[in-house]
Design a protein around this ligand. Structure first.
Ligand SMILES: N[C@@H](CCC(=O)N[C@@H](CS)C(=O)NCC(=O)O)C(=O)O
Length: 422
């Protein structure tokens, strides 16, 4: 029987790998969650009731129900299930354990955050900010340089045997080595590269990272082009909706704040005449019914063209898109940044096509007759073309239905993936 279950996406997950490697070494049976969908499973009520942080990996002991989050904490806990510490994964002396923790924290608190800042900007999760990017490149260089120095005469980080410090470090380095550290870069951290290469070929790591087939970085990941976020606003921006406070110089704003608490500006959308179309009812109906025909019949029956507008949304730089998962990450990043629009909008944005030949296309339903502040305020709004469409046109209705359903004859290309903003 499995000693416990780890909730996390399984494929290629270096955070989950830490625990799987420990389990392999100690012969522990761990249940995993191959059906886990990031952004859905970890946002479910059931998951959040167990793990309020909503993050993975997350562990539950099958006997005691003991719960734990954080990949390194879980791996450390599992390493402690070694009767008599026969493998010594947690060190054999108090000093060794201290050093193990030192390297684990170094890896988690320094290397990983610096790398993830770069990764998120390259994947489009965070807007590209050149100084922040450079700062983190410098930080990563400094940390890997220090690690290189530490590893000058070492095979393992602590003592002469594999410990949990190596497992955590190697798993954390895997993404750096795959996506960032090109051949030239690796030449500047020869000891780190030698250490990583030695470890990934060990049988404990090989089944996870492919052993000798591990694919080192050939071309370094790149941030999203900055000009996309710096383009001039389009004329369709309804500037008057922008709360005045945003235009004031910072110092003036600060002085005012100190004098009196700023009154919370009423959202102009809440002042529109009430609409018979209830967004929450629609979202619920859409989630609980087949999109075609049931949900779309409901949608058009209840749609209120005076209170709501429909917008075709197209990514402006479709010809720069490459892998489907990256396009979908770009969509996810945008939808995260318009989070505040949830009360006033619904939409479906799809990645259509295939790797190296795909486009981002969709439709949004928006309260009122303009693109709302909560959407155009997003840093990457300018990368998307919002075009108002005529909801009384049957051809438009069919296209909206196909995009909301993620399938249908009017999609310009077959749907590869997508995100619903609801
Ligand atoms: N330090 C944590 C980080 C966990 C983490 O950020 N996990 C990501 C997935 S790899 C996550 O759950 N993200 C969802 C969210 O932030 O809502 C660990 O190593 O477990």
């Amino acid at each position: 029987m499995a000693v416990g279950k780890i909730y996390a996406p399984v494929a290629g997950n270096p955070r989950l790998a830490k625990s799987l490697i420990v389990a392999k070494i100690l012969g522990l049976d761990i249940e995993t969650t191959p059906d886990f969908v990031m952004g859905e499973t970890n946002k479910s009520e059931d998951f959040l009731s167990k793990f309020p942080l909503g993050k993975t990996p997350a562990f539950v002991d099958s006997k005691s129900g003991y719960k734990l989050t954080d990949s390194s904490a879980i791996a450390y806990h599992l390493a402690g299930r070694d009767e008599g510490n026969s493998k010594g994964l947690l060190g054999r002396t108090n000093e060794e354990t201290g050093s193990i923790l030192q390297y684990m924290f170094f890896s988690e608190a320094e290397i990983v955050p610096a790398f993830m800042e770069l990764f998120y900007m390259c994947e489009g999760f965070n807007p590209y900010l050149k100084p922040v990017f450079q700062l983190n490149e410098d930080r990563l260089k400094r940390f890997l340089g220090a690690l290189d120095h530490i590893l000058l005469d070492k095979t393992y980080l602590v003592g002469e045997r594999l410990t949990i410090a190596d497992i955590v470090m190697v798993c954390n380095l895997a993404m750096v080595m795959k996506l960032y550290a090109t051949k030239d870069y690796r030449k500047t951290i020869k000891n780190v590269t030698r250490y990583f290469w030695t470890m990934v070929r060990k049988q404990e790591f090989a089944s996870i990272f492919g052993g000798s087939s591990f694919e080192f970085c050939v071309e370094q990941m790149k941030p999203q082009p900055p000009q996309k976020q710096q383009k001039q606003p389009k004329e369709q921006k309804p500037k008057e909706q922008k709360p005045k406070a945003e235009e004031k110089p910072k110092a003036e704003e600060k002085a005012e704040e100190e004098e009196k608490p700023a009154p919370k500006p009423k959202n102009p959308l809440d002042l529109l005449p009430p609409s018979p179309f209830v967004l929450d009812d629609w979202k619920r109906f859409y989630s609980n019914n087949d999109t075609k025909p049931a949900a779309m019949d409901y949608f058009w029956k209840n749609f209120d063209a005076e209170g709501w507008s429909i917008w075709q949304v197209d990514y402006k730089y479709n010809d720069e898109l490459t892998l489907v998962f990256m396009s979908n990450n770009l969509i996810r990043g945008f939808l995260t940044r318009i989070e505040r629009a949830r009360k006033y909008a619904f939409g479906s944005l799809l990645t259509l096509g295939e790797n190296n030949d795909n486009m981002i296309h969709g439709y949004f339903l928006v309260r009122g007759q303009e693109v709302i502040f909560e959407i155009y305020d997003a840093a990457d709004y300018e990368s998307f073309q919002f075009t108002k469409v005529d909801p009384s046109d049957p051809a438009v209705r069919e296209k909206v239905g196909d995009v909301f359903a993620w399938e249908g004859p009017t999609l310009p290309k077959p749907c590869a993936d997508g995100q619903v903003f609801k």
